[in-house]
Design a protein around this ligand. Sequence first.
Ligand code: URA
Length: 235
Amino acid sequence: MAIRLNKYIAESGLCSRRNAEKYILEGRVTINNKTVTDLSYKINEENDEVFVDGEKIKPKRHIYILLNKPKGVITSTKDEKNRKTVVDLVKTNEKIYPVGRLDYNTTGVLLLTNDGDFSNLLTHPKHKIRKTYTIQLNKPLMNEDENKLLKGVYINRRKGIFIKINFPNIKKKTLVEVAVVEGRNHFIKDMFSTLGYNVVELDRKYFGQFEADIPLGKYRVISNEEIKSVYKNYN
Ligand code: URA
C-alpha cells in the first residue's frame, strides 16, 4: 500500500505528522539517497529506504487480529480490578487495543490492532459499519415490539433503530438475530430494555465483513487481502 511520507515517518514513532512535514520541508529527509521535499511523495514500502537526519526510519509493524471474544473478559487494554482483558488473550509484543467494545459477558467478533487509521475507519459513524448479533431474550419478542424496534425507539432521548430482525427458529421467539449500524455502548441491551425485555445472552456474529469464523476464545491474524478490502469498501 502506498503511504504518504509524513505518515510513514510519524508511524515510526519519531514525531507527529506535522513535525514530519516540517522535517521534509527543511530538507532533512532522504529517500534512496536523494533529498525529498515534496510533501505529497508516496512511499513504496518494499523499495524505498527513508532516512531522517541520516537515521534510517523503521516503520512500525501494523498488526490486525480477529478475536472470538469469550465471556468474562473485559474489552480494554488494562483493568483496575485486575480482571482479564481481551489484550491478555492475544500473544504479541505489539501494543494493540480493541476496535470498539463488547460488554464483559458478550461473546463474538472483536478486532484488535495498533493501526489508528484502521480503527477510526471502522468505528466512525459515517461509515455505518453493520454488526449482527444473536440474542437470547428473557421472553418471546412480540410482533408489535418487533415493529417498534424497526421503526426506532428512544434511548436517552436519542433514537435508536434495528435495521433488521430475524428469528433463526420461528417457533422460538426468545432467540433473535438483529442487525445494527449504531456503535453506542450497551446499545442492544438498552434497545430491548426500553420495551421491558432483558438480554440473557449476546453474541456478535459479524462486525462489517468480519465473521466469528474461529472457536470462542481463539484469535487469528487478519490477512492483507481483508485489510485492503476494508479500505476499498469504506474509504
Ligand atoms: N450492545 C450491547 O448491549 N452490548 C454489547 O456488548 C454490544 C452491543
